[in-house]
Ligand binder design. Sequence first.
Ligand SMILES: Cc1cc2nc3c(=O)[nH]c(=O)nc-3n(C[C@H](O)[C@H](O)[C@H](O)COP(=O)(O)O)c2cc1C
Length: 359
Amino acid sequence: MSHLFEPLPMRDILLRNRLGVSPMCQYSCEDGFATDWHLVHLGSRAVGGAGLVVMEATAVTPEGRISDGDHGLWKDAQIEPLVRITRFIKEQGAAAGVQLAHAGRKASRSVPWKGDHELGIGTGGWPVVGPSAIAFAEGYQVPVALTSDGISEVIASFAAAARRALDAGFNFLELHAAHGYLLHSFLSPLSNHRQDEYGGTFARRCRIVIDTIRAIRQVWPDSLPLALRISASDWIDGGWEVEDSVALAKLVMSEGVDLIDCSSGGNASHAPIPVGANYQVPFAATIKRESGIATAAVGMITEAMQADAVIRTRQADIVFLARELLRDPYWPLHAARKLRVKTGSLIPQQYARAFPPKT
Ligand SMILES: Cc1cc2nc3c(=O)[nH]c(=O)nc-3n(C[C@H](O)[C@H](O)[C@H](O)COP(=O)(O)O)c2cc1C
């Protein structure tokens, strides 16, 4: 019996299975507008059988973009091209998610295939912000430390973007507090050296995340799920650790967060990360066990049996796949056959002749 293809209820929606498309920047926007690329890219993965399709890191302000190709929801005009995309995803039976983000001190870069270098001010870039004036690494701008007013503006931008996401038809929202971007850089003592109400103690480093969740929950309906992606560990002494993640999970549960999406790293360029199959799964397991919140496991999960085992052994409630779904958008359909699941409505009628029932 497969566990991966068990439906997952989340608030008022029911995910048809426990396979999510992990958010992946496509660097294919102009001025933050989604294009036909996004319709085909995200639509294919909904056709391919995922239960949840989460659109890429979506900037809540223009300065919060990693690159000038990033997607955004900082103005109402950006809603319109998304309506067709979310409608199509949902018509295929998947939930339509979007990840709201601010890149903080890791903003203002060229798109990866144009050299992955800093975009300086005057060469297409913009000033970047962070908790403290500490650059991420060599070749990155030194951020301007946000004032309290600046923090309030960022929080309001997250809430405004959440409202636009709702208007665009998304029914799942993820807040990006991982990978060294703005919210993670506030959480981690490596990058947050503030001594005001947004830094110093653990509780004060978490405050921007809590305030952002509260602001989002004001506009994001109680009927729809909200996830938080974190880097469960900075993988470095003196950094954010899994115990911090457990404590944060306990805090955000009572603020209306339904799922912790457990990634890691990204805030220390020199961290030794032991990348390998399932390497982040223990974070999802620990956070789920210690806090009681639902978790998503992500990272180097590529095989059907492997993904199924993560769910069967209750290490996570859902598995997110990224690169494997770039290699094969129909991975869930193949996985269903490998796990001998009754595919039924999972196979689009248009493709049924290619997926006859196994004898
Ligand atoms: C092309 C690409 C773009 C990505 N963009 C994002 C993103 O927008 N937001 C995010 O949280 N993670 C992003 N990631 C990380 C993935 O969501 C995922 O966590 C990571 O690739 C590990 O999963 P995998 O081993 O299945 O690829 C990206 C990864 C790739 C390969």
